[in-house]
Design a protein around this ligand. Structure first.
Ligand SMILES: [Zn+2]
Length: 248
């Protein structure tokens, strides 16, 4: 199983990294992508990927971390690293409020241009901003993944038409997950990926900040149950999707 969104850089996980990774491997996780979402985490993301052969990383600036600024020189170096698979996580987030909308949209356009320049896909975080995401994605035409997506069928349609991949997280495992289960059945199987967004997104069994990559198995189980696949089939399918999307 591939956890395509695990924040191994974050203190609660990083402080206990060997154990967290062992536990995940015992559960059946084989690969991890660490989206380093602020420039202060980029080098740590790279260091983890260099230490463990099955860990990859991405670099970008999350919309809620724009205030921490950029480091153009460092990003130009790191994006060329053989284990840097994507630009992310980047995106738009109007949930706290949309007062940062102009800054966020301008920043996102720069991230998309950067991804295009380096021929990398985008790992996208989006909350309450799907309509503003569509135009830049059309304009730059880079492959992209909507991470922990929980939008409706109608909302996801135009993104699927642009080739979107969609990763499902712990939200899929919750008893009140009707809407996201519906989305999981709707997204074509060759576009689906699994993730935990650990330590941030709770599952039915584990609350944040205690979520770890091992919980991606819970996500896979929920997806398999919703779609009538076996876990093995779901794993094979999403591993293949990840290889295609990240060009592994
Ligand atoms: Zn994340």
């Amino acid at each position: 199983m591939f956890d395509v969104h695990a924040h191994l850089t974050d203190e609660v996980i990083y402080g206990d990294l060997d154990n967290v990774i062992n536990e995940a491997q015992t559960a059946g996780v084989r690969s991890f992508l660490v989206p380093a979402y602020s420039k202060n985490f980029w080098q740590r993301g790279r260091d983890i990927a260099e230490k463990y052969p099955f860990v990859y990383f991405a670099i970008g600036v999350h919309p809620l971390f724009i205030a921490e600024g950029d480091d153009p020189e460092l990003r130009e170096t790191l994006v060329k690293h053989p284990k840097c698979l994507a630009v992310g996580e980047v995106g738009l987030d109007y949930v706290p409020n949309d007062s940062q909308k102009p800054q966020q949209t301008a920043w996102f356009a720069r991230e998309a241009a950067f991804a295009k320049k380096h021929d990398k896909p985008l790992v996208i975080h989006c909350r309450k901003a799907y309509s503003d995401l569509l135009e830049p994605l059309k304009e730059y035409g880079v492959p992209f993944l909507l991470h922990s997506c929980s939008c409706s069928r109608e909302q996801v349609k135009p993104f699927l038409e642009l080739g979107a991949y969609v990763s499902f997280s712990g939200t899929l495992t919750r008893t009140n997950a009707k809407k996201v289960l519906d989305l999981a059945r709707f997204v074509p199987r060759d576009r689906v990926l699994f993730e935990t967004d650990s330590p941030y997104i709770g599952t039915d069994k584990v609350r944040p900040p205690f979520v770890r990559p091992a919980q991606v198995m819970e996500v896979a189980e929920a997806y398999a149950e919703a779609t009538g696949l076996t876990i093995e089939e779901a794993e094979k399918l999403t591993d293949k999707n990840a290889e295609r999307f990240f060009v592994l």
